[in-house]
Structures are given as C-alpha cells and as structure tokens.
Design a protein around this ligand. Structure first.
Ligand SMILES: NC(=O)c1ccc[n+]([C@@H]2O[C@H](COP(=O)([O-])OP(=O)(O)OC[C@H]3O[C@@H](n4cnc5c(N)ncnc54)[C@H](O)[C@@H]3O)[C@@H](O)[C@H]2O)c1
Length: 292
C-alpha cells in the first residue's frame, strides 16, 4: 500500500514552487490533495499535473490570509474527500528590506500571509481533526532566516513566529494524535530568485551558505514523511532539509552558563565582564555542533 493512501491533505500555495512539488509528491504516494493558491490558474495547473499522473486532487483558489477563507479551504477538503488528515501551510511571500528600507506595507503583508494565514489554516484544520478524533498532521513552513539574516528581518520574524506557533500548538495538542511540526526548506524557486542579489552579502554574514540551491522536488519527501503515520512520534519539531542535509533546527533554550546572583547594575556588569561576555550566541544560521 502507498505510504499516504487514505490521507486527505490541504497544501497552500501549491500552484508553483515548493508547494507544487509537495502536492505532486504526496499525491504520488496516494494522498488526495486540495491544491490551494491565490492564483486560480496556477492551482489548476498543479491539479492537472497530478490527475495526469493518475493522482487525485482538486483546486481551491483563494487568499489564505483571510481567516474565513482558511475555514472554507479546510472544509473543502472534507467536502471533497470526507476528511482532513493533513495540511501543509506552505503559502508565503518574501519582501526584502533592511532596517532602514523595510516598508510598513511590506511588513504587514508578510505578517498577514506568512503568520496569520498559517495560524488561520492550522487552527481551522486542528479543530476539524480533533472533532474527527483520528489524529492528523499539521506541517508549517519556517525558514533558516528565523535565525536572522541580512535584509530578511521582517520575513525572518514571520518565520520565527511560525516556529513559535508550532512549538506552542504541538504542546497543546500533545497526546491528541494531532501533530504540529514545521519544515525549514531550501530550493531554487521564484521566491529564491527575489533574494539572488543579496546571497553573497548574506553568506558573508553567517556560518551556513550554499553555492547552489536544490530543486523544490528534493524537499518534498520530508513533507510526505511528516504527513504520514510513519512520523507519528515526531511532534513540535522544525525539520531542516537543505539538499543532502536533513536535520532538526535547535529550539531556543536557556543557554549555559546560567549565572545566579542578587542582581544590581554592578553585579550584572560583573557577570557580563567575568562570564557572559565570551558566551554570546552567534548571529544568523549556523550549526549547533555537539562538543566531541
Ligand atoms: N525557496 C526557499 O528556499 C525557501 C526557503 C525557506 C522557506 N521557504 C518558504 O517556503 C514556502 C514556499 O516558498 P517558494 O520558494 O515555493 O515560494 P514561491 O513564491 O515560489 O511560491 C509561493 C506560492 O504561494 C502562493 N501564494 C502567495 N501568497 C498566497 C496567499 N495569500 N494565499 C495562497 N497562496 C499564496 C503563490 O501564488 C505561489 O504559488 C514559503 O512559505 C517560503 O517562505 C522557501
């Protein structure tokens, strides 16, 4: 039997780029897919490709930043396939801008789509999954830029917000059978092309850099895995896929050493001078290597 047989999955922003790759891959593994995109022709093109390959999919065009549209999208999956067992909150936008350039309009639109849209779809899906009592998998989409990146402050903030939603909702739903994870993908897409001119400056500012970007298809098996019952023990994680590298992204924790004292300006100053000054955390995406 195919790994996703019997699954009914909504994938947002699946008219192109990574979302289309996720939809095609999950459909090939037997899932029935609701293909959402803000562009109706793009959504239909993904559906046509899936159906031509013998898969099952329906298109549902709309803007996921609308809380009520998100509900109708989730309900469309139940109408079409009798259930919703998974959702991939992939739809997102990138607006580039350093601290002095980022506009209010760009920041607000990123928050509306990347953060509020993800929250709306996840919340409605969780409500339906809990009511059905058969578990489910919510896959959000974060980004390496949640660690901070040059000209990606606003975008990274929305993705850091998505990671925080993932952690909180995984805690709340623990034990219910509904799992919440996030993916931190990497691919050559229309969005990545927007960032091309900045790549050299960004790479010089952080430990991790990539000479070339992988195909969207190389990310898709991880999404299909998280949607499957094989991932039933995986919850509350941000999973990073970057070409041949598969890993978790570290959760923000309180760092060692924890200095204890009765804190005044003078003792805080001394704690920094004596201990914390050498313990500052890195900026930007790097590797949290375990000491040998
Ligand atoms: N490409 C990468 O390397 C990379 C890295 C990290 C995270 N991501 C994230 O992965 C996701 C997909 O990225 P991509 O590179 O494929 O982007 P993309 O721009 O190539 O494709 C995004 C798709 O989402 C759709 N979309 C945009 N706004 C929408 C809305 N309001 N409602 C419904 N659909 C909407 C677009 O029409 C488009 O088809 C995004 O959340 C992005 O932030 C991408």
């Amino acid at each position: 039997m195919k790994s996703l047989a019997g699954k009914a999955v909504v994938i947002t922003g699946a008219g192109s780029g990574l979302g289309a790759a996720y939809a095609r891959h999950a459909a090939a593994l037997g899932a029935s897919i609701v293909v959402n995109d803000i562009g109706a022709p793009a959504a239909q093109a993904t559906v046509d490709a899936i159906v031509a390959s013998g898969g099952t999919a329906v298109a549902h065009a709309g803007d996921i930043s609308s809380w009520s549209y998100a509900q109708s999208l989730v309900d469309a999956c139940i109408d079409a396939f009798g259930a919703i067992t998974g959702i991939v909150n992939n739809a997102g936008i990138l607006r580039i801008g350093k601290i002095l350039d980022l506009t209010e309009a760009d920041l607000r639109r990123m928050i509306e789509i990347n953060l509020i849209g993800t929250a709306a779809c996840a919340s409605h899906a969780a409500r339906r999954m809990l009511a059905a009592g058969k578990g489910g998998s919510i896959v959000n989409v974060a980004s390496g830029s949640q660690a901070g990146d040059v000209a990606l402050g606003g975008y990274g903030a929305t993705k850091g917000g998505v990671a925080s939603l993932t952690y909180s909702w995984a805690m709340e739903l623990r034990g219910s059978g509904v799992r919440v994870n996030a993916l931190s993908p990497l691919a050559e897409t229309a969005m990545a092309a927007q960032n091309k001119a900045l790549m050299a400056e960004q790479a010089a500012s952080r430990e991790v850099h990539y000479a070339t970007l992988p195909d969207p298809e190389s990310n898709a098996p991880v999404v299909s895995f998280l949607l499957s019952d094989a991932a039933e023990k995986i919850n509350g994680q941000v999973v990073r896929i970057a070409g041949k590298q598969l890993s978790f992204v570290t959760h923000p924790l309180i760092a060692d050493p924890v200095v204890e004292g009765n804190w005044s300006f003078e003792t805080v100053n001394a704690a920094f001078a004596d201990t914390l000054i050498g313990q500052q955390q890195p900026l930007g995406l790097g590797y949290a290597r375990k000491p040998n």
